[in-house]
Design a binder for this molecule. Structure first.
Ligand code: MF3
Ligand code: CO
Length: 246
């Protein structure tokens, strides 16, 4: 079932989204060569608690940290560790924030310092792919139109679209119906005003193929080339959408 949020629920989700955005800003401030991914995790964890929220991902299906940090060929769900960030790393930060039982989910990818033109384009085009996907959202569209847009944009830019992981509804659970794939499907499900979804393209510089690490969380590209991930939680409205996580 896809839930339509009440005005009260939307207010709580806007707050969860705002704290999510501020947590991203806080982590970004500290993202420099030499810092460990665990240190970045702890900065986010503390900031979320100080704002009377809780980290949505901690213990989610057994996930052992507060945020996900995925570096270079790691696509998503990287577990923070003693790994030190280096200049030129491509770092995806994925944060879930819960306020009074309502979640928000958002991801950004950064290049630490400078990288090649190819990798800079990967990151910029993945950000653009997210906004391309969002651009079609309004009451009455089919969910598959979002994926169609993202897929077309990615293909035009020669990027691999990860298919095994998808966007999703958001509410009292981080992952609710509907699925929001980043590619075209013949699913007829429609969006309605008051639904809240997370759109999250994961695009690879090389092929779309991925595998799971032995830690049973970290997803990596099969060819070892870098990947980027951007995500916003958005509210569907009569004539468009409102981004809750910026
Ligand atoms: N933002 C992630 C997603 O929607 C959720 C991470 S779940 C966790 O794919 F368990 F890894 F935390
Ligand atoms: Co998500």
């Amino acid at each position: 079932m896809i839930t339509i949020k009440s005005n009260r629920e939307i207010e709580l989700m806007k707050h969860a989204g705002h704290i999510n955005y501020l947590t991203h800003q806080e982590v970004k401030k500290h993202l420099k060569p030499g810092i460990t991914t665990k240190e970045l995790n702890d900065i986010a964890h503390k900031f979320i608690l100080e704002n009377d929220c809780t980290p949505s991902f901690l213990n989610y299906e057994g996930y052992p940290a507060s945020i996900c940090i995925s570096v270079n060929d790691e696509v998503v769900h990287g577990i923070p560790s003693k790994r030190k960030i280096k200049a030129g790393d491509v770092v995806s930060i994925d944060i879930g924030v819960c306020y009074k039982g309502y979640h928000s989910d958002s991801a950004n990818t950064y290049i630490v310092g400078k990288s090649s033109e190819e990798i800079t384009n990967l990151v910029e085009n993945t950000r653009k792919a997210l906004y391309e996907g969002l651009s079609v959202i309004k009451n009455g569209i089919r969910v598959s139109e979002i994926g169609e847009k993202i897929e077309n944009f990615a293909k035009a830019n020669n990027l691999g679209v990860v298919e095994e992981l998808v966007g999703h509804g958001v509410g009292t659970c981080v992952h609710e119906e509907p699925d929001v794939p980043n590619y075209y499907t013949n699913d007829r499900t429609k969006l309605r005003s008051g639904m809240v979804i997370a759109v999250e393209p994961m695009l690879n510089l090389g092929s779309r193929h991925i595998y799971m690490e032995e830690d049973e969380w970290t997803i990596k590209t099969e060819d070892g080339l870098p990947s980027a991930h951007f995500e916003h939680t958005v509210l569907v409205t009569d004539d468009g959408y409102v981004i809750l996580t910026e």
